[in-house]
Design a protein around this ligand. Structure first.
Ligand code: S3P
Length: 176
């Protein structure tokens, strides 16, 4: 299966990198957050506020299950919390090459400063929330990924090239 799946913390650039990567490869682009918002005709914040996080997590799992068998020559970006739910990593790894976009805590904090779209960061002490979530999630992202690409201080073009190189190496290894 020729798919690339991008995982990583909020603010690591999954959607922007994914869109540009898909364009460069002439692949289709999917984004779980966008698919959930389109399907439910509501914003993620609204879903969290009215139905709760667990409901949103179930929508995430359903979304990737529905992509299975349909996705080909595609790039998929998934929400930062999606790989944390049990069973989802296995599904992602069956969908394609999983690439973890790894971004330092300092950069993430800077990028998420003043964010109003992410319900998990709403309220006070965003830095502390980022620190706690990052500590729990980092080992999960690392285990989930076939490849890791560090994104700090890099141009999008360089990140995209690195992803392509890593995916090509994996593809050659799998064939050989
Ligand atoms: C979440 C990340 C968000 C979105 C939701 C929950 C998370 O996506 O799915 O707000 O749990 O990390 P991005 O990673 O695209 O910001």
């Amino acid at each position: 299966m020729d798919n690339i799946v991008l995982i990583g913390f909020m603010g690591c650039g999954k959607t922007s990198v994914g869109q540009q990567l898909a364009q460069k490869l002439n692949f289709a682009f999917y984004d779980t957050d966008q698919m959930i918002e389109d399907e439910s005709k509501r914003s993620i914040s609204n879903i969290f506020a009215t139905e709760g996080e667990e409901y949103f997590r179930r929508l995430e799992t359903t979304t990737i299950k529905n992509l299975y068998g349909k996705m080909n020559h595609s790039v998929l970006s998934v929400g930062g919390g999606l790989p944390i739910r049990e069973g989802n990593v296995e599904l992602l790894r069956r969908l394609g090459h999983v690439v973890y976009l790894k971004t330092s805590m300092a950069t993430i904090k800077k990028r998420l400063e003043g964010d109003t779209k992410r319900p998990l960061l709403a309220g006070d002490d965003v830095d502390k929330k980022v620190e706690n979530l990052l500590m729990i999630r980092t080992p999960i992202y690392e285990l989930a990924a076939h490849s890791i690409v560090e994104t700090d201080n890099k141009f999008f073009e360089d990140i995209i090239e690195e992803i392509q190189n890593k995916v090509n190496i994996l593809t050659i290894e799998n064939r050989g």
